[in-house]
Design a protein around this ligand. Structure first.
Ligand SMILES: [Zn+2]
Ligand SMILES: [Zn+2]
Length: 733
């Protein structure tokens, strides 16, 4: 460090700086600066806090001059870690202000890696075959299951992933079930080569790629919606923008909604650039995480593909942000800092003066409205790549062709599957519901098995012989008698989940090789990659899956998709129920007929006349979106107005009602502003907490944040009560 005179040190007053701490605090704290330190904004520093030390970041805000010098404590040290850059600090402040979150909470997402203690690089591996005669408890089995699909893990990580204590893991080591080894440091990231010849692009793809390349070369903020039908080769197009970014010597960030399901995507990336990209998501081993974070900060990771948390990585020179499957609700983070990663990606790009590309076959109405208003550009790919045609979609009216009693597949669908399998092609059944049955009912007294902690039914998972709550995780063994009337063997499953459809399919097609794809049967990237490999290698005839199968898979031999319950997503009063159902079912349908053989899609429905089914059958999503827009415009519903939700929760129903009523009484009142509620949340009890909701709706030209701040300041939150703010809510549960 150059030695230069420090003007501040010569003043009478002590030099002071603001340090933002990774805690739920509204503002930064002031510290004095010892003479031997010269902290600059962004430096990562260690400071005393109460009786401990905390790691924080020197922030840009002015120190509070009213605090006397003698009350300030000195900074202990400046850490030898890359400082947090200007644009990332601005991003933290922006996200905090927009979501009404404490800036310290937002900053902690960007600093988490630095704060983790440097774990010793040893990890546990399964011993195969396991030694004879060792008892396998359920906890031990969970540990083995985690390691079966993972690289070696440290004790702490393994404990977290398998939900067991350290003693269990050490006991397994003593019993010879696990072996411990020194883990090698992950290798540095090789530089992707933008000039490897990519796949041959069609004329339409090449034109789209040229537009995106130009946006990158312009080095300024602009948002482009890359909207192309399923199978049109959107990935190949935006990878050309990534190539241009690499040629410019800048970094590219690609957000994928479910990185664990992206094995095929990674293969495509590797084919285009010769090496794998850096990957970022919450299940990375901590040492990989640390190495990746540092590489990003030092420019050693030219391309990062990640989940939403990758937005908070310390890119020094971000030149492109891509959000693939931009319509996906997985981009909305619902815990902790509640933010929408697609929208925040656009903000991050703007702060970095970089272009953003939003990609989808079924764009959100938000993005479509931004194109129409001239805020975003649009690049359109109207046809499938390589001469493949769009699948033929038919609504199968369950009133005309009902399934047999106690069954869920209608005769025309069974016939279609039989024909497809006979041709040696693959078929897929889609039902967006995990488990065996969504409801368990007593045949004698009508008792419904409900979660004791939530307003929700317990879902039967027959393979695990459990009833489980999908909201809080509460699970019990399937009872042998009714807990209400004590009748033996009276409990009966109602409705289907994928497990039950699998049972029915196995009975109907005994010769077919079945594969179930659901988040609980196929956890983790290894299982998903193996499933994809097996399908591509034609080791599978019939795939049965939840929304996992709707992701961007490319299975050339898959020609038939059957949607078991196309009406499923339409129930409930969600603002976007129709939009989401169209998006999900169109994505699922898009898995069919992606290569030479034409695809066919059958939607089992009780309401074939519903606009959602009509849009899917006619393949006219633009018309559907136009009618959605026409419905939302008059009432100022998003994206033509703004929404923010207040979720009030408390230990008792009475306390929740009182707090919600107090908020309702002082709700903002103005032209173009409306407050709906309070009302019980659809999940009126969640994890034992009683919940009420209020919804603030404004015209688009009115910002909700100042209204929310004033409103919340008027109502003290009593002990045990909580008010959570969700700006631009995606879920209304
Ligand atoms: Zn009963
Ligand atoms: Zn529950």
């Amino acid at each position: 460090m150059p030695i230069e005179p420090q003007p501040d040190a010569q003043r009478k007053t002590t030099r002071r700086v603001s340090v933002l701490l990774p805690l739920p605090l509204e503002r930064a704290f002031d510290y004095s600066v010892p003479a031997d330190l010269d902290p600059r904004p962004g430096d990562v520093v260690v400071v005393p806090l109460n009786r401990r030390e905390e790691v924080g970041v020197v922030w840009d805000c002015e120190p509070d001059s009213t605090v006397p010098d003698r009350k300030l404590k000195p900074i202990s040290a400046i850490l030898d870690t890359p400082p947090m850059g200007d644009t990332l600090r601005q991003f933290v402040d922006w996200v905090a202000a927009y979501t009404l979150s404490p800036p310290g909470d937002v900053m902690s997402m960007a600093l988490r890696v630095v704060r983790q203690p440097t774990a010793p690089a040893t990890g546990w591996r399964r011993v195969t075959p396991p030694p004879d005669g060792v008892r396998l408890t359920l906890a031990r089995q969970r540990v083995l299951d985690v390691l079966a699909r993972s690289e070696p893990r440290s004790t702490a990580e393994l404990g977290r992933l398998a939900d067991v204590g350290a003693a269990v893991i050490r006991g397994m080591g003593d019993a010879g079930l696990l072996s411990s080894e020194i883990l090698p440091e992950p290798p540095p990231f090789a530089a992707p080569d933008p000039d490897i010849a990519g796949p041959t692009l069609s004329e339409a793809q090449e034109a789209a790629a040229a537009t995106l390349r130009q946006a990158v070369a312009d080095r300024r903020f602009a948002v482009t919606l890359l909207d192309g039908v399923t199978g049109s080769g959107k990935t190949e197009v935006y990878l050309e923008a990534v190539a241009e970014c690499l040629r410019q010597g800048r970094q590219a960030l690609i957000l994928l909604p479910e990185i664990a399901l992206s094995s095929q995507w990674l293969t495509r990336f590797q084919r285009r650039f010769g090496v794998a990209p850096a990957i970022w998501h919450s299940d990375l081993a901590s040492r990989v995480r640390r190495v990746t974070w540092r590489a990003v900060a030092e420019g050693g990771a030219p391309v990062v593909v990640g989940a939403r948390s990758a937005l908070f990585l310390p890119f020094p020179d971000l030149g492109l942000v891509v959000v693939d499957e931009e319509h996906e609700t997985a981009f909305k983070q619902e815990d902790g800092v509640v933010y929408h990663a697609r929208d925040m990606a656009v903000v991050r790009a703007r702060l970095c003066q970089a272009p953003a590309v939003l990609v989808s076959a079924t764009p959100s109405l938000e993005s479509v409205a931004n194109v129409e208003a001239g805020r975003y550009g649009r690049v359109h790919l109207p046809v499938r790549h390589g001469g493949a045609t769009m699948p033929r979609v038919e609504a199968l009216d369950l009133r005309d062709a009902p399934p047999d009693r106690g069954r869920f597949l209608a005769p025309p669908l069974i016939t279609a599957i039989t024909e497809t399998l006979a041709r040696g092609e693959q078929a897929m059944l889609f039902l967006n519901r995990r488990g065996y049955a969504p409801l368990t009912l007593c045949r004698r007294c009508g008792h419904r098995m409900q979660c004791p902690n939530c307003t929700a039914w317990l879902v039967e998972h027959r393979a695990r012989r459990e009833l489980q709550c999908h909201h809080c995780g509460h699970a019990i063994p399937i009872p042998t008698e009714c807990p209400a009337c004590e009748a033996p063997n009276s409990l009966t499953p109602v409705g289907p989940g994928v497990e039950r459809i699998t049972e029915e399919a196995a009975a109907l097609f005994p010769a077919a090789r079945l594969l179930v794809m659901a988040s609980d049967t196929m956890p983790g990237p290894h299982a998903a990659a193996e499933a994809a490999r097996a399908i591509e290698a034609r080791e599978v005839d019939l795939i049965i899956g939840t929304q996992i199968v709707a992701k961007g898979w490319h299975f050339p031999y898959l020609t038939l998709v059957g949607v078991v319950d196309a009406d499923l997503g339409l129930a409930g009063g969600d603002l976007r129920a129709s939009e989401r159902t169209v998006q999900l079912l169109h994505q699922v349908a898009g898995r069919a007929g992606r290569a030479d053989a034409p695809g066919r899609v059958l939607l089992q429905t009780f309401s074939p006349e519903h606009p959602v089914m009509q849009a899917l059958v006619e393949g006219d999503l633009d018309a559907f979106m136009a009618s959605e827009a026409a419905q939302r415009k008059p009432g100022n519903w998003p994206p033509y107005g703004r929404l923010a939700a207040l979720i009030v929760s408390a230990d008792t129903a009475q306390a929740a009602d009182e707090l919600a009523r107090d908020l309702g009484r002082v709700a903002p009142y103005a032209d173009g502003v409306m407050v709906l509620g309070p009302a019980p949340a659809p999940l009126s009890i969640l994890r034992g907490r009683h919940r009420r909701r209020l919804l603030l709706k404004t015209r688009r030209d009115i910002a909700v944040q100042p209204l929310l701040r004033d409103w919340l300041a008027k109502v003290p939150v009593p002990r045990g009560g909580r008010v959570d703010v969700d700006v631009d809510p995606a879920s209304f549960l």
